[in-house]
Write a protein that binds this ligand. Sequence first.
Ligand code: G4P
Length: 538
Amino acid sequence: MSAVDERAVTRSTAKEVVDQASRRRTFAVISHPDAGKSTLTEALALHARVIGQAGAVHGKAGRRGTVSDWMDMEKARGISITSAALQFEYHDAVINLLDTPGHADFSEDTYRVLTAVDAAVMLIDAAKGLEAQTMKLFAVCRHRGIPVLTVVNKWDRPGKDALELMDEISDRTGLTPTPLTWPVGIAGDFRGVLDRSDGTYRRFTRTAGGATIAPEETLSAEAAQDREGAAWQQAVEEVELLAASGQDHEQSLFLDGVTTPVLFASAVSNFGVGALLDTLVGMAPAPAGLSTVDGGTRALTDPFSAFVFKVQAGMDTAHRDRLAFIRICSGVFERGMVVTHAHTGRPFATKYAQHVFGRERESIDVAYPGDVVGLVNAAALGVGDTLYADKPVSFPPLTTFAPEHFAVCRGRDTAKHKQFRRGIEQLDSEGVVQVLRSDRRGDQAPVLAVVGPMQFEVATHRMEHEFGAPVELERLGYNLALRTDEASAPVVSTARGAEVLRRTNGEYVAVFSDKWGLRVFKEKHPDLLLESLVAAEL
Ligand code: G4P
């Protein structure tokens, strides 16, 4: 068969793309560290039976070491800095769970993952409620208009009152919680849930360490009353209160980001995990066409297109490779196809394409809208870049997030200035850090700006080990960055505790050390351009 015939055979029809896209649910879990994201990820994968025993995908403490060991630093810390996507089938659906790095400190990477998902699961620790990092990530979801499902986790442990948690969600996120299930038994005495869709009782039974799927038994309301007595009665009464205040699920309001369906779970015991998968499949949106810069839409059935949402270098020290993670927006991806890199107009051969999750890598031959593909040897690709086949397309740029930490970076070995320059350029293009410069500071002392301080550690480590240019960082006292312009820059730079720097693309960025000082300065100079770098209030 000739190559052309072969392509004709393997090329999928528009119907196939639509069918495949509609099976897909691409989402990420947003949570504060320790809320149980890794545990939930394992439990989800377990439910879909991709792994026989919980603990094989992610790990902490006793499970440490099962995660990525790509970077020495990760090994030392026992955490995963790298992230990608876990794909598994669940009934007829294909679930793409994008991994958000789970460490206490977080970086632009964490935010960027949310540019590639269609929905988010907000995971809350029942005892702690909404925590700082969850709120920051939620702000990105709100900004992007991503529907958010909420899971209250650790209900097996003493925690807050369920109704109180609902108030907290609505007060702090502005979303109206519409519980789909309601706990029977207070936090710490989790017996099961009342399924609000039909009023039945899903009773949970415990398994040792949650290593296998926890059997759930469905009981009628009468049987539940007999079995659980006061605990069931309380659940029934609270559910009546929810209904009276209109906290019922309505699909369009969920998709519009007005409400958030809520489930109660205990990830460690696998309780409520099946319900989450069913809810994702039943309610979360499938991939849809994407808006383009010219105001049009790249439909699912258009030729292949994708954007890079993450670039990772040095994941495999043995191979020194550079992976670019793309989210497919339209058409079919077939490994080996040659696509166009919109930024340079050059062809890009997708010879090596992989699923990457934790340490697992698997070759991908075909992928559809909603899927994530790791492209190997992607030296030319940068975050936000578009790839397409046949019909050119340009997607709006990915949001860059306002950095909150700043440091001057200097080479420790002046003889290595070439390596220094190359490394800084590389880290800038990958988006590991934002690089800001000014004439006053000079090219040898750029300012690195980051969302989370861990990005500094990654940059320092890579400058030394990957580029052979050891550096030292001097932290600056700024904590705010705003967009300004050439006309405003001279005046802005006279503000107390402020400085104006420029990005590599020429944009002017004003940095301030004091929120109140900035406010006073803005009031005094209302004519100057000083605007937020992100529309979302992070
Ligand atoms: P993270 O990825 O969000 O940071 O959280 P992770 O899953 O690592 O969970 C943090 C801790 O919370 C772990 O305990 C985990 O076992 C526990 N946990 C997760 N889900 C539940 C739950 O539903 N109920 C209870 N009671 N605990 C839960 P650890 O002691 O830090 O680690 P480990 O030794 O248990 O793994």
